[in-house]
Every structure is written in structure tokens, then in C-alpha cells.
Design a protein around this ligand. Structure first.
Ligand code: ZN
Ligand code: FE
Ligand code: FE
Ligand code: ZN
Length: 274
């Protein structure tokens, strides 16, 4: 029997180096092969470049000295597994004011793509379980407004190829009072204008939000404006590789996508989605 060919990549795999993911990198590759996923990419958390070395939290991101070792290990796995496509990615936080430092860091390594993430709103790490309390003393519509403004600013920075988990602000189930449609519409327009992709990230299904990032209406707005889309599981263990990929594919189809974006050397190409 022919194995099902899976064109949708999984471009969001973490590694133990970030201090909060488990398993060996080779086990992630093995899990992808077992699931019939032919194209994967590691995208571990970038070193916390916006903080001095002594203030960086080793349970949030890899150390700066680990970055070249991470790159070398992806390249080694690529050589050892010629039957799979293994991309070198990175998940990089967008921190206003840190653009130059990040640009320098990113230009040092031959990344295939850079995922851009908003994990902080003005210093508040709004997606960390230990900081959930922060939602209780803020106006939720202000939080959403600030989140989408940062996302748009990140896209405009030119540092990123793909915006990761694009409505992460819903992670803990705090929903805006306001209709989010204008945020979706405006953000999709900005992504299209900057030539930045959107990531369909299934980790939202594992969070209190209980739905994929982004919401279907946000993805539809992206589709309408011609924003290419890619996908990732945000796996923090080998068992999560390809997590809920059928749901991701269905969401893309429901939003009108018929192609998925893949990257090599930070150049995009499209593959049919079926
Ligand atoms: Zn992580
Ligand atoms: Fe993230
Ligand atoms: Fe991630
Ligand atoms: Zn992420």
C-alpha cells in the first residue's frame, strides 16, 4: 500500500536546548518519518538577545553559545536523513528596539526561515502560565489592540518570514469584548503588504483556547489578501510532531487555501495542499 503523501510541512519543532522541551532531535525526525511527514523544520527559541546574558532565563530559550551547536545538529540530521526534507528555522521574539541586534544574529546563520513571535506585550509575558494573572488587571480589548499592533510592527520590521501563532493572545481563553474582525482585516493587509506568511499552529488546541492559531476568520482574511500560509505543531516533545495536522489541513482548506508555503534559504515556494 502506498504511504499517504503529506505535503503540509511541520515547521515549528522545539528542542531540549530551550530548557522546556523534551527528547532528542533525532527522535523528532523519527516521529516525522513515522507520521509520513516529508518536510519538517526545527524552530527553537532564539537566545534572549534583548537581555544581558545574566538576565536570560535558561528555561525559556537556548543560550547564545548553543546556537551554533543547534545549527550544526540540524545540518548533521539533514545529512543522516536524506529521505526527509529538514529545514533550519528559528523562532525569534519580536522586541521593539531590539531589531538591529536580532538582524545581526539572524544573518550569522544559514536559516531557511525565521518565525516571528509576539510573546511579550510591553514586558509582560502574556503567554506564560505563571503570568496569567496579568489578564485580570488589564482591559482585554486594550490587550488585543496592543497585541495586534505589535504583530503588525513585527511584520513590518522585515526580520521575519512567517508570523507564528498569529492570535496567541487568545491562548488562555480571554476573548476580546470587541468583534476581532477589524484586527484580523488590518493585520492580514499588513502581512500581505510586507510579504510575510501566516503560520497555522496547532498548539492552540492544547491550550485553554481550544482552537488552532489563527481563528478561521483571521485565516480567511489572510487568504483574501493573498498571504501565503504554512503550518507547525509547536512540538515540545517528539510525540507532538505533526500534532493535529489533519485539523490544520482542514482549516486551511476551509479558509480557501489550496497551497502551502515552504522555505529554503529564506525563499518561499508553494506546494499544492491536498
Ligand atoms: Zn517553547
Ligand atoms: Fe511561541
Ligand atoms: Fe514555539
Ligand atoms: Zn511558538
Amino acid at each position: 500500500m502506498q504511504k499517504k503523501c503529506w505535503t503540509l510541512p511541520d515547521y515549528h519543532l522545539h528542542t531540549w536546548r530551550c530548557g522546556h522541551a523534551a527528547g532528542k532531535m533525532a527522535e523528532y525526525v523519527e516521529a516525522a518519518r513515522a507520521a509520513g511527514i516529508s518536510e519538517i523544520g526545527f524552530a527553537d527559541h532564539v537566545p534572549m538577545y534583548w537581555l544581558p546574558a545574566e538576565k536570560r532565563n535558561p528555561t525559556l530559550a537556548m543560550k547564545e553559545e548553543d546556537l551554533p551547536v543547534y545549527v550544526a545538529e540540524v545540518e548533521k540530521l539533514r545529512k543522516e536523513n536524506p529521505d526527509l526534507v529538514i529545514r533550519l528555522g528559528i523562532e525569534a521574539d519580536y522586541i521593539p528596539g531590539g531589531e538591529e541586534v536580532l538582524a545581526r544574529l539572524l544573518s550569522t546563520y544559514p536559516f531557511d526561515y525565521v518565525l516571528g513571535s509576539i510573546h511579550y506585550i510591553d514586558g509582560w509575558e502574556f503567554d506564560h502560565p505563571a503570568e496569567v494573572e496579568g489578564y485580570s488587571h488589564r482591559d482585554i480589548d486594550d490587550v488585543y489592540d496592543r497585541y495586534f499592533a505589535l504583530l503588525q510592527e513585527a511584520a513590518r520590521s522585515g526580520l521575519f518570514d512567517i508570523m507564528a501563532h498569529p492570535d496567541l493572545v487568545k491562548k488562555f481563553g480571554y476573548r476580546s469584548r470587541a468583534n476581532p474582525a477589524p484586527w484580523y482585516e488590518q493585520t492580514a493587509r499588513v502581512l500581505a503588504g510586507c510579504g510575510v506568511c501566516v503560520e497555522v499552529n496547532t498548539a492552540g488546541l492544547r491550550a485553554p483556547a481550544g482552537e488552532i492559531y489563527p481563528a478561521v476568520d483571521f485565516l480567511k482574511a489572510c487568504r483574501k489578501h493573498g498571504v501565503p500560509a504554512t503550518a507547525g505543531s509547536d512540538a515540545h516533545s517528539p510525540a507532538q510532531v505533526g500534532y493535529a495536522r489533519e485539523e490544520a489541513r482542514k482549516l486551511l482548506l476551509a479558509a480557501g487555501y489550496r497551497e502551502a508555503a515552504i522555505f529554503q534559504g529564506r525563499r518561499l515556494s508553494l506546494v499544492p495542499l491536498f
